[in-house]
Design a protein around this ligand. Structure first.
Ligand SMILES: [Zn+2]
Length: 422
């Protein structure tokens, strides 16, 4: 552990620290009149236990967009040192301004994540997410600096060069958007690059949903152990939490982030173990204080007990999907990750797939799946049958040769919805 005095803090004392920080976070947010208006007269002294937090209103993505650029920002008098931004498909971008303390906090939580993944100062870390307004590159960089490890700050793309430097500089750790390792594996195959010549042992991946099956494939192909990191631009980038070697849920750094799980429809708190939407309050971020921010990510609390690794912070399940990724087709609700889980159980089926929804001549769903040469042609019918058993869906399954589905430069596009009426 980087900070055992905090990461392994006994539950009662951790809860007391969280309560104290909730009150302080509320007081800090209230200093901005725009937050004070939203929070409708809430007072820090009224928060006597964490459950009292449930009386505060949610903060939505739309409110953050409408507040562009700095309407809901905090600590303006201190001045900002960095800006990061999340670019959505609609409306204003969401800006997150970082104070000096925010940059230090980011480095600290990212360094904790590295340590949880078994990374030490002796490692060589290749950073493949972009350095820029996107939070990925710099987050991994600050964490590595705090840890004292060597960094190869590659940024996104140039996969052939990535592989070559990874081999020649003996990178032991790769950090990436979750589907980027798949691109590395593909390019290695195309260029007859020997993945066995790499010194990699650890991968830290996030920023996208990726199933356990996809993780198993990446680990096998690259010969690494892969860790799932969470966090988003609004919370200050990656580093909100990570799974540990026990692989028993994602530890959320509770002294920095207060996590609640609510019913996405009613907003009511759900019991530990039940799935719902993750709501995050930042306890130590100055530039963009979040009070009960609705993330749209679906997960559940796995445990609040001490983990095998010794850490006491609460553990969440790996994110299962986003409330806004949910597809409704002919009255059936599902998430792309459920389809991915079925596909990847078949040998010879590639990790590239796309779900296409059309509405000409009645609603139609087609799952495009790339298969490796020599893959048995009966696999399409088997996938269709399994999807029917699991989700009561009977899509057309179209098998394509490798490389047919377009690879976008950033996150993978899993659903193409061409339906005209929804
Ligand atoms: Zn653990």
């Amino acid at each position: 552990m980087l900070q055992p005095e905090l990461e392994a803090l006994e539950r009662g004392r951790l809860d007391a620290l969280v309560l104290e920080r909730l009150r302080a976070a509320l007081a800090a947010a209230l200093a901005n009149p725009a937050h004070a208006r939203r929070l409708g007269g809430a007072r820090p002294e009224d928060i006597g236990r964490p459950e009292d937090w449930r009386g505060l209103p949610f903060l939505t993505k739309a409110e953050l967009r409408d507040a562009y650029p700095f309407g809901l920002a905090g600590a303006r008098e201190q001045g900002y040192r960095r800006i990061h931004m999340s670019s959505g498909t609609t409306g204003n971008p969401i800006l997150n301004p970082y104070t000096t303390a925010d940059i230090r906090q980011w480095g600290e939580v990212m360094a904790r994540c590295y340590v949880a993944a078994g990374v030490t100062a002796r490692d060589v870390i290749q950073i493949t997410p972009s350095f820029g307004l996107f939070t990925g590159g710099f987050g991994f960089h600050y964490g590595a600096e705090r840890l004292g490890a060597m960094v190869i700050p590659m940024g996104a793309g140039r996969t052939s060069l990535q592989l070559r430097l990874m081999r020649d500089l003996k990178a032991t750790v790769v950090t990436a958007i979750a589907t980027y390792p798949l691109r590395m594996i593909e390019v290695a195959r195309e260029e007859k690059f020997d993945l066995g010549s790499l010194s990699l042992r650890t991968g830290i991946f996030g920023s996208e949903m990726w199933s356990d099956e996809l993780r198993a494939r990446i680990e096998k192909e690259l010969g690494i152990r892969a860790y799932d990191i969470i966090g988003m631009t609004e919370t200050g980038g990656p580093g909100m939490g990570i799974d540990c070697a026990a692989r028993a849920g994602i530890h959320v750094w509770e002294d920095h982030f207060f996590a609640e799980i609510v019913d996405p429809t009613t907003g009511a708190a759900v019991a530990d173990g039940s799935e719902g939407e993750l709501v995050v309050t930042t306890l130590t971020r100055e530039g963009l204080p979040l009070v009960r921010y609705r993330t749209h990510d679906l997960t559940r609390v796995v445990s609040r007990a001490r983990c095998e690794c010794g850490r006491t912070s609460l553990r969440l399940d790996r994110l299962r999907g986003r409330t806004d990724d949910m597809v409704i087709f002919k009255g059936v609700n599902f998430y792309p990750r459920q389809i991915e889980t079925v596909l990847l159980q078949h040998p010879g089926v590639s990790h590239e797939y796309q779900i296409v929804l059309d509405s000409d001549g009645g609603d139609r769903m087609t799952v495009l799946v790339e298969t490796e040469p020599g893959c048995d042609s009966g696999v399409g019918a088997r996938i269709r049958r399994e999807l029917h058993n699991l989700l009561a869906l009977s899509p057309d399954v179209r098998l394509l040769p490798l490389g047919e589905i377009e690879r976008p430069p950033g996150k993978a596009v899993r659903v193409v919805d061409r339906r005209t009426t929804r």
